[in-house]
Design a binder for this molecule. Structure first.
Ligand code: SF4
Length: 277
């Protein structure tokens, strides 16, 4: 499906966020079109008649705008991105996320990148040399068949895990975002071992995907909580051996593997940089 693409001149690109102090969305709309996507509310702010996932507004002036806004605004952690995937396929051509990251790195602003795409590896050199950049790959299940039902236009699970591995080996701080927790998520822990510093489980309500559960006969799995082991209701039960740390947001639970958590504590005591080397 080719989306309707519109090049636009944005008025602002560094926006206040409820999750991190700031958020940058170089695009409005997202080609990945995940069935459960909460960001579809952004359709209200556009004049697009197309369904979510079938239009993208490209903020072609995002990098220059960002450079100007950094001069006026107070330094704080920047989320890239909140309501679009910054590495959706169009980014390969437009390179807006890449240019925005370069501007943020140049000015020493801390950044949390969140994506479903291994295209992030294209910008590894910018990321690894930045002072305080962290990269998260969203992975809601270990089962690629389930992934295809809920997010057929996003990259395969194996490619996302491989991207985390490459980033982690390059010394970049990494996390996996489990949002939402789909059937098959319980097999994710061993696949992530040694590739991430932590895992975030999001407890948000993803009711947009209710029809996918119904269509594929997965309602039993969800209503009987087969996503979690019997008797367990807490997100940390999804990842045995991982322990919860302070939740960064009210809907999230951040889990650390034992070893990395000790390393994190030592790093915080030293007050040092968050990058691992
Ligand atoms: S990648 Fe993120 S922003 Fe894009 S459709 Fe999926 S959930 Fe929504």
């Amino acid at each position: 499906m080719t989306p309707t693409v519109r090049e636009v001149q944005a008025k602002s690109v560094l926006s206040i966020s409820k999750i991190y102090p700031w958020v940058v969305n170089p695009y409005t709309g997202c080609e990945h079109a995940c069935s459960y996507c909460y960001a579809r509310f952004m359709k209200r702010f556009t004049r697009h008649p197309e369904p979510w996932g079938e239009f993208v507004d490209v903020k072609v002036n995002a990098p220059s705008l960002l450079r100007a806004e950094l001069r006026r605004k107070k330094r704080g952690k920047v989320w890239v991105s909140g309501v679009c995937d910054p590495y959706q396929p169009l980014e390969e051509h437009y390179r807006l996320t890449r240019q925005c990251l370069a501007v943020l790195a140049e000015n020493g602003w801390p950044v949390v990148i969140q994506t479903r795409s291994p295209l992030v590896l294209r910008d590894l050199e910018i990321i690894r040399h930045a002072m305080d950049f962290e990269v998260g790959l969203s992975i809601p299940t270990a089962d690629d068949g389930i992934r295809q039902l809920f997010e057929p236009r996003a990259p395969p699970v194996a490619d996302r895990i491989a991207a985390l591995d490459t980033l982690h080996r390059a010394g970049v701080r990494t996390y996996a975002m489990v949002a939402p927790a789909l059937p098959g998520v319980e097999r994710l822990a061993p696949l992530l071992e040694g590739k991430v510093d932590d895992v975030i489980v999001d407890r948000m309500n993803y009711h947009h995907a209710d029809w996918v559960y119904r269509q594929h006969g997965l309602e039993y799995v969800r209503t009987h909580r087969r996503v979690l082991p019997p008797g367990d209701a807490k997100p940390e039960a999804l990842l045995r051996g991982w322990t919860p740390a302070a939740a960064p947001g009210r809907d999230e639970c951040r889990l650390h593997p034992g070893g990395d958590r000790r390393r994190e504590a030592a790093r915080e005591r030293k007050g040092g940089r968050r990058r691992r080397r």
